[in-house]
Design a protein around this ligand. Structure first.
Ligand SMILES: [Zn+2]
Ligand SMILES: [Zn+2]
Length: 260
């Protein structure tokens, strides 16, 4: 049974909303008050897939569903290699329409996936030139034969923002990620999440940034703040770090790019 006890951070006020019939869990809005008195109650997800790769949803539907689940921003990061980098430019028209009309920031991005580790810098640069504002690298997950060296190449590439599901990432790689301000991902996705405990342990040991992303492929994959908190805590993240991992780190990534 799921506990209804709210996650309480210092200075946080919790409100339980009415159950939406399509949600697995009661939606919890977490209001945090920062120094400026601004109320923060939103989620940021930097890793999702649309029909432009192997996802089930149009970018617009990802945005709409994320809006309903209380997201401030969501990045569309379809799988790319050299053959389909142009999918980045395809998503941009939809992104601009949504930015102008809805209260959610939708961000064009790319997840560089299963490529030779040596070409990660080249593809990252190309994706950025085509308009990708968030670069995710498909890391060395425990459940796919991602080529060894992918984590190393990703953390050494300054164009990368998030190393997704980095599996058994080494201390040295996590230290380089910290130096290059590349966030390591706590994954909500089945299979990829098997490495979450190790990722949190190593990141905490060296002080590397962490984010919680869904790697959404289907409608039910998007999550609210409450579920993201549980996944982070389940991976061993100390409760005191929830605010940083769930909100401050992804917000800083977007602010550094003048997106938010
Ligand atoms: Zn996929
Ligand atoms: Zn992905």
């Amino acid at each position: 049974m799921i506990s209804k006890k709210p996650v309480i951070w210092e200075g946080a006020k919790i409100e339980h909303c009415k159950l939406s019939p399509h949600l697995l869990y009661p939606q919890t809005i977490i209001n945090l008050t920062n120094k400026g008195g601004l109320s923060i109650n939103k989620r940021i997800d930097l890793h999702t897939h649309s029909i432009l790769s192997d996802g089930e949803l149009l970018p617009s539907e990802i945005a709409r569903r994320a809006c309903v689940l209380g997201h401030r921003a969501v990045a569309i990061t379809d799988h790319v290699d050299a053959t389909n980098l142009d999918c980045v430019s395809k998503v941009i028209d939809a992104v601009m329409d949504i930015r102008d009309n809805w209260s959610i920031e939708i961000i064009p991005g790319a997840e560089i996936t299963h490529v030779p580790a040596e070409i990660i810098p080249k593809l990252s640069q190309k994706a950025k030139k085509l308009g990708a504002e968030i670069i995710v690298i498909h890391g060395e997950t425990l459940v796919e034969p991602v080529i060894e060296g992918t984590n190393w190449s990703a953390v050494n590439c300054s164009d990368v923002d998030v190393l997704a599901h980095p599996g058994l990432i080494t201390i040295e790689e996590a230290e380089i990620a910290r130096e290059n301000e590349i966030a390591l991902e706590i994954s909500a996705r089945k299979g990829h999440s098997l490495g979450n405990g190790h990722v949190v342990k190593v990141a905490k040991e060296v002080g590397a940034d962490l984010v919680v992303d869904t790697d959404t492929h289907a409608p039910e994959d998007l999550i609210n703040c409450r579920m993201a908190s549980k996944i982070a805590l389940g991976a061993g993240l100390p409760r005191k770090d929830l605010k940083t991992v769930l909100w401050e780190t992804p917000l800083r990534i977007l602010k550094n790019k003048d997106i938010l």
